[in-house]
Design a protein around this ligand. Structure first.
Ligand SMILES: Nc1nc2c(c(=O)[nH]1)N[C@H]1C(S)=C(S)[C@@H](COP(=O)(O)O)O[C@H]1N2
Ligand SMILES: [Mo]
Length: 404
């Protein structure tokens, strides 16, 4: 990288292009780093407090990355003319522009996703992921094969070999060989990532990782006829499984469910008694604030409204606080929000016991709000009179979680 270019004035056309190229490369590298941090589940659980900052930084760098493109666009015709005889360079240019364009447009939609319906965000997230998983290996390949050391290596003819430019020239062979190796290696490295990303979109590929139904609760609840087969016809889309701790392993022995605080009679349920509380079945959609959604999920569980009426809410109670068995995650609803018909303490999803990574055996669902409200491994509901701020809201998520 030639840093001096950034401080020089009156550069010629070629040097200006190089400067734009350098700026673009730096910004793209920063976007890749912050993007991977946001994607990483280790980061989600280790540094939850800076997640929102990293997201904002990623967005701002995204906006900055428009600048090199804006500077470049007026030069594009002249540049293309210069590349008239270099097909490879032209193809590369189109590829890079397409990748950047897709990333920027989908990034813009994701930044302002709350102004669009959720299906637009899911689509844009798909485009953002796709252009990341195709674009990054491509751009890494491009950077390696265009780097000075690669070229030096490539062009170092083996000793005593004539360097005439003709067919079967060993130098040319060496070049193609090295490029193919680099390309192959990159494909091999990126395949697992691309595979695990694509898999949910093709359920037919089967369960490569093997879904662990770690929740061995006995007795198993008997699904209602509306649950099995699910009246919603089975969910559309895939959950991305999130946790801010290690996923708690719950069993008949260590699991209990507490209903307490400002209620007429506090209750502690063991699994067997918990299953005696009447359940209902509903079909609803599930939206995460990061852009993905799962549609037509058939949930079976206790409608929160009825649950609260059964234990009797004291008039002083203003908020409902939800606790997770992970010991860390909490969230709240106002009494009015908690009384919405579709807020549910769910036990079955599409007729099956909710899996461990999906928040089972019991999780909250609040379909009209973003899923950070939907506490996983729910094991306690407390009625309180003072406001409580939930896990992600304490760390910068909006207190207004309504999906529009
Ligand atoms: N205990 C707990 N509940 C949680 C979370 C979490 O990290 N821990 N993440 C929330 C967020 S942001 C989302 S999008 C959903 C994700 O649910 P899933 O992991 O079943 O897909 O759970 C919500 N409930
Ligand atoms: Mo989320």
């Amino acid at each position: 990288m030639n840093w001096k270019l950034f401080f020089k004035r009156n550069l010629n056309f070629g040097k200006r292009l190089v400067r734009i190229h350098h700026s673009n490369a730096i910004l793209f590298l920063l976007l890749t780093i912050t993007g991977f941090i946001l994607f990483s589940s280790t980061f989600r659980s280790t540094f939850p407090s800076i997640r929102v900052d990293v997201k904002n930084i990623h967005i701002w760098i995204g906006f900055l990355s428009l600048l090199p493109i804006l500077f470049y666009l007026p030069k594009i015709t002249k540049h293309l003319k210069r590349l008239r005889k270099r097909m490879n360079h032209r193809t590369n240019l189109y590829a890079v522009l397409t990748i950047l364009g897709l990333l920027i447009i989908s990034g813009l939609f994701l930044t302002f996703h709350r102004t669009f319906p959720p299906f637009i965000s899911s689509f844009m997230l798909f485009i953002h992921d796709l252009s990341t998983w195709v674009g990054i290996p491509y751009i890494v390949y491009h950077s390696i094969t265009r780097s000075k050391w690669f070229k030096r290596f490539e062009n170092n003819p083996p000793l005593n070999v004539p360097t005439s430019i003709e067919d079967h020239n060993p130098m040319l062979k060496r070049r193609t060989f090295m490029r193919k190796c680099t390309g192959g290696l990159l494909v091999v490295i990126s395949l697992p990532f691309i595979g695990s990303w694509l898999k949910p979109y093709f359920p037919a590929l089967g369960n490569l990782q093997g879904e662990v139904k770690a929740n061995q609760f006995k007795p198993l609840p008997t699904p209602k006829p509306k649950s099995k087969p699910p009246i919603g016809g089975g969910r559309n889309g895939q959950f991305r499984y999130y946790t801010v701790t290690e996923m708690p392993t719950l069993t008949n022995e260590n699991w209990s469910f507490i209903m307490d605080g400002l209620v007429e009679k506090s209750q502690t349920y063991r699994w067997k008694d918990f299953l005696k509380v009447g359940r209902d079945v509903q079909v609803s959609n599930f939206h995460c604030v990061t852009g993905w959604s799962v549609y037509d999920v058939t949930w079976e569980g206790i409608p929160l409204k009825r649950f609260l009426q059964e234990v009797g809410v004291k008039p002083e109670a203003k908020y409902v606080k939800f606790y997770s068995a992970d010991g860390v995650y909490t969230d709240t609803l106002t009494i009015d929000q908690a009384m919405l018909d579709d807020v549910m303490v769910a036990t079955l999803i599409d007729g099956e016991l909710i899996s461990k990574k999906n928040g089972g055996p019991v999780r909250l669902i609040v379909p009209k709000m973003y899923a950070y409200k939907s506490v996983k491994w729910l094991n306690r509901i407390e009625l309180i009179d003072n406001e409580h701020v939930g896990f992600w809201e304490q760390r910068g998520y909006s207190k207004d979680a309504w999906v529009k």
